[in-house]
Structure formats: structure tokens, C-alpha cells
Design a protein around this ligand. Structure first.
Ligand code: NAD
Ligand code: AKB
Length: 324
């Protein structure tokens, strides 16, 4: 008998990471074994790619019903309100990030799910954290609502591992750079927007100062990290929900200079807004030795290869008339 297929549910699947993670999971596990869910309906194209259900993670009974009716084994819980949007609406960030995550973990415990993925973020760090080579174990005193909900999410996930024997895993993603779905209201979003504006108009107004350096990662590495962590041998993991994860770090002006190697005329103006204070509170570089040791993490892309690939993909969208 062939092994029973794993049934997967993804929350927040219409977002920047979810759109591409759902595709990667469907390639691995089969189209109909991966249900994408979100509080908003996706594009008709995404709808046509496989099963979708509307699901608000703040409604625990609905989460339980979706898991039950679709006989779900594994949840990738991506629904969240990110840093900049969270500062504009802290109540919503609390509701979705804290109560939504609690609901997903409670349902996972009640239904005896095999595994849950709850991503965290470099937003768990704050101004008192060492900024260079930020250690795995360090001060977690973030100054944003998003950051504090992510600290709580890590602690909650670890609590379910220790207290209930639930297999919960997560890593602290840096800013994710991608070209399929635009980011949903974070502080690192400039590093995506600059590519689209460079290709469309040859100019970009950046909301961070030129010297602001942040940890970033290209989407193919983000997907690889997620899948590798979820497929790692549980017995090898000493950490569970809080793995530091690194790939590249660059400042806004270094990114602009790299893009200028391909688009020499790019003009960038710097007009810092409220997101500057958030960026200033985050690390510049990350020590991800625990992820490397415990599940073999190794990124493939650096600034030069990511930039070349992003420009190829965004220019291709322009040629096909698909730019947003
Ligand atoms: P995103 O903002 O692009 O997508 C989040 C999705 O959640 C959206 O589609 C939104 O509609 C949905 N959502 C919001 N409220 C909901 C609710 N009540 N119920 C169900 N869905 C709801 O976010 P993303 O960038 O794809 O991030 C996914 C996860 O990765 C989040 O946990 C985020 O904190 C984490 N993360 C992302 C980054 C990044 O740079 N993208 C970096 C660090 C961590
Ligand atoms: C944000 O900027 O809020 C996210 C993140 C780093 O968590 N991209």
C-alpha cells in the first residue's frame, strides 16, 4: 500500500510567502492535499491552482472545522499582521498574531496534528539586542506590537512542544524579497518595491535612510528553509520555534548600487518615515549557527545573485504587461 498522503492547511496563504509556499507544497505533496486559506479571497489564478477556503484564524471554531472537515495533518500558520501595519493598528495585530496563533495551536493540540509551522521574525529583537551577528540566545525586548506578538508566538509554540508534546517549529525570517506577491505591510518592504519601481520608472523614493542595514533573504531560500526545517528529524532539534536564520544583509544604498549595475540610471531619493525607527531597532546581521547545526541550513543566494534574478523576473513581468 502506498503511504497515506499528508493533508496540509496553510493559513494566510494569499500573502507574500503563502502564495509561493502553497505552490512548493503542492509540488511536493500533490495539488489536492494542500488547502490554501485566507481571510480574503485570492486572485482567480490562485483559486484555479488548488483547494481554497476562506478562514479567519481569530475564529477558533472555524479553524477547528476546517482542520476536521479536511482531515488535516499539518498546518503552516502564516496569517499575521506585519510590523508597519501592526504599528498602525496594534489591536488588529494583537488579535490576529496572538489570538490567531493561540487558536491554531489549541486546535492542533485538540485534533492531535502531526506538525505545525509558526514563523517568527527578526522583529523579536529590539534596541537592547546586539546588532551585529545577533546570537541565538539574546535579549528579546522588541518595541513594536508585531515584535512582541512574535516573541509570544515563539514562547507559545515552545510551550506546546514541552507541555503537550505537539511538534511545533518556526524560524526568525529576515525580510523576504520576492516578485510574485507584494509584501503585506512590513518595514523591509522597500527591498521589494525598489525593484518594481526601478524597472517601471527608473526611480524610487525609499522610506528608510541610505545607511540602514537589515538582514534579508530571497524567496527561494525562504521556501527551502521552511521545507527543510519542517522535514528535519525532530530528535535532532534542540530549538523548536525560534531558529535564527540568515542569508544576506545590506543597506538601502548598497541595494541601490547593486541594482545600478543593471540599471545605471536608477535614481533613489531617501525620505525616512515612521518605519525608520522600527528598522533602527532591528539587528544588522544574524548568527544562524543553531539552524546550520540542527537541521543543516545553508542559503544559496547573496546580494548579487538575488538582484540579478529579481531584475530578470520583474523585467519579464514588464514585458508581459503583468506589473502591478
Ligand atoms: P503577508 O502580510 O504577505 O500575508 C499575511 C496573510 O495573512 C495575508 O494574506 C492576510 O490576508 C492574511 N490574514 C490577515 N489576517 C488574517 C486572519 N485574521 N485570518 C486569516 N488570514 C489573515 O505576510 P507574509 O509576508 O506572507 O508573512 C507570513 C508569515 O511570515 C507571518 O507570520 C510573518 O510574520 C512572517 N514573516 C514574514 C517576513 C517577510 O518579510 N515577508 C519576515 C519575517 C516573518
Ligand atoms: C516586516 O518588515 O515586518 C517583516 C519582518 C521582517 O518580519 N518583513
Amino acid at each position: 500500500m502506498p503511504p497515506k498522503p499528508i493533508k496540509i492547511l496553510v493559513t494566510g496563504a494569499g500573502g507574500q510567502i503563502g502564495t509561493e509556499l502553497v505552490r512548493a507544497l503542492r509540488q511536493r505533496h500533490g495539488r489536492d492535499n494542500v488547502t490554501a486559506t485566507d481571510v480574503v479571497e485570492p486572485s482567480p489564478q490562485a483559486m484555479a491552482e488548488g483547494p481554497f477556503a476562506l478562514l479567519d484564524v481569530t475564529r477558533r471554531a472555524d479553524v477547528a472545522a476546517a482542520v476536521e472537515s479536511r482531515r488535516i495533518d499539518v498546518v503552516y500558520h502564516l496569517a499575521a499582521i506585519l510590523s508597519a501595519r501592526g504599528e498602525k493598528n496594534p489591536g488588529l495585530a494583537w488579535e490576529v498574531n496572538i489570538n490567531g496563533t493561540f487558536n491554531v495551536l489549541e486546535v492542533a493540540r485538540e485534533k492531535g496534528l502531526a506538525r505545525v509551522f509558526c514563523p517568527s521574525s527578526i522583529a523579536v529583537f529590539g534596541p537592547e539586542t546586539p546588532k551585529e551577528n545577533t546570537p541565538q540566545e539574546t535579549v528579546l525586548r522588541p518595541k513594536t506590537m508585531y515584535g512582541l506578538t512574535k516573541v509570544a508566538g515563539e514562547l507559545l509554540g515552545d510551550y506546546y512542544v514541552q507541555k503537550h508534546g505537539l511538534d511545533v517549529r518556526g524560524c526568525r525570517y529576515p525580510g523576504i524579497i520576492s516578485h510574485e506577491t507584494l509584501p503585506g505591510g512590513g518595514t523591509t518592504d522597500y527591498a521589494v518595491a525598489i525593484f518594481f519601481e526601478a524597472v517601471k520608472n527608473g526611480r524610487y523614493a525609499c522610506f528608510l535612510r541610505p545607511e540602514t542595514r537589515l538582514p534579508m533573504m530571497y524567496m527561494p531560500d525562504c521556501l527551502k528553509a521552511t521545507l527543510d526545517l519542517m522535514e528535519a528529524d525532530f530528535g535532532r532539534l534542540k530549538h523548536h520555534c525560534d531558529f535564527n536564520l540568515a542569508s544576506m544583509s545590506f543597506s538601502a544604498e548598497e541595494l541601490a548600487a547593486e541594482i545600478r549595475k543593471h540599471i545605471p540610471g536608477l535614481v533613489v531619493a531617501y525620505r525616512p518615515d515612521f518605519r525608520q525607527a522600527i528598522a533602527d531597532s532591528w539587528p544588522r546581521t544574524i548568527d544562524d549557527a543553531a539552524a546550520r547545526e540542527e537541521w543543516g541550513w545553508k542559503p544559496a543566494f547573496d546580494l548579487a545573485s538575488m538582484t540579478a534574478d529579481m531584475l530578470r523576473a520583474v523585467s519579464d513581468k514588464k514585458t508581459r504587461g503583468l506589473l502591478p
